[in-house]
Design a protein around this ligand. Structure first.
Ligand code: MTE
Ligand code: MO
Length: 201
């Protein structure tokens, strides 16, 4: 069973699909502006308190998928490494270090910004960013980097993969219509901001 696939959620790997990845051998390194830079193994990551965010991944390419994303709060990880007060941006690097994207620290610290390894109780597979991916429901999906291997704490902003190619740096979700994957791809109107409900509800 794969809930995201059953919902026919599009699979984006702009840099090329990574193929089969080792969950047990996975790790995420947190580097940059912090007192205690660390590498977290898969086992260490899943041993951290688990948060569930019932939220939507919404793409600027106009699809939106809702479910229970499970993982570790980015805030908890930043606490564990003792992020410096000069940290203004958090940069997520994907497997192979081709795809990256950065978000402001204020957004990174929000309740539902996660390093997610589950969707609706199932572990994420490689198609959908497993073993572990960024998940930020507040911004367009290109800020939710898949297959995260490194997190960099920075005092300034750096253009990411899609931002260099013209997508907005702030990635604020703007009103329009998106395909609701939970309702068989139906085109539905959304307001500005995180997609919590639809205007036709
Ligand atoms: N490494 C990597 N992460 C990525 C992308 C990508 O191409 N490569 N695409 C982004 C975009 S544009 C979106 S909308 C979401 C899509 O997530 P999905 O492929 O799980 O649907 O992943 C984001 N994370
Ligand atoms: Mo996207």
């Amino acid at each position: 069973m794969n809930r995201l696939r059953d919902l026919r959620t599009p699979i984006f790997w702009a840099e090329g699909h990574p193929g089969k990845l080792s969950r047990e051998g996975w790790s995420i390194e947190v580097i940059g502006l912090c007192k205690d830079s660390k590498k977290f193994s898969w086992q260490e990551l899943i041993a951290l308190p688990k948060s569930i965010a019932d939220a939507r991944l919404t793409s600027v390419t106009r699809f939106s998928v809702q479910g229970k994303w499970g993982g570790v709060k980015v805030a908890d990880l930043l606490k564990a490494v003792q992020a410096d007060p000069e940290t203004h941006y958090v940069r997520f690097w994907s497997y192979r270090m081709i795809y990256d994207t950065s978000i402001p620290i204020e957004v990174a610290l929000r309740e539902r910004t996660l390093l997610a390894y589950e969707f609706d109780g199932e572990l994420l597979d490689e198609d959908y960013g497993g073993p572990i991916r960024g998940f930020c429901p507040y911004l367009w999906g290109y800020k939710s980097a898949k297959g995260v291997v490194k997190i960099e704490l920075m005092d300034r902003y750096i253009f990411g993969f899609w931002e260099q190619r013209g997508y907005p740096d702030d990635a604020l979700i703007t009103a329009g219509k998106v395909r609701d994957m939970n309702q068989g791809c139906r085109l539905r109107p959304i307001p500005d901001g995180e997609v919590i409900g639809f205007l036709d509800d």
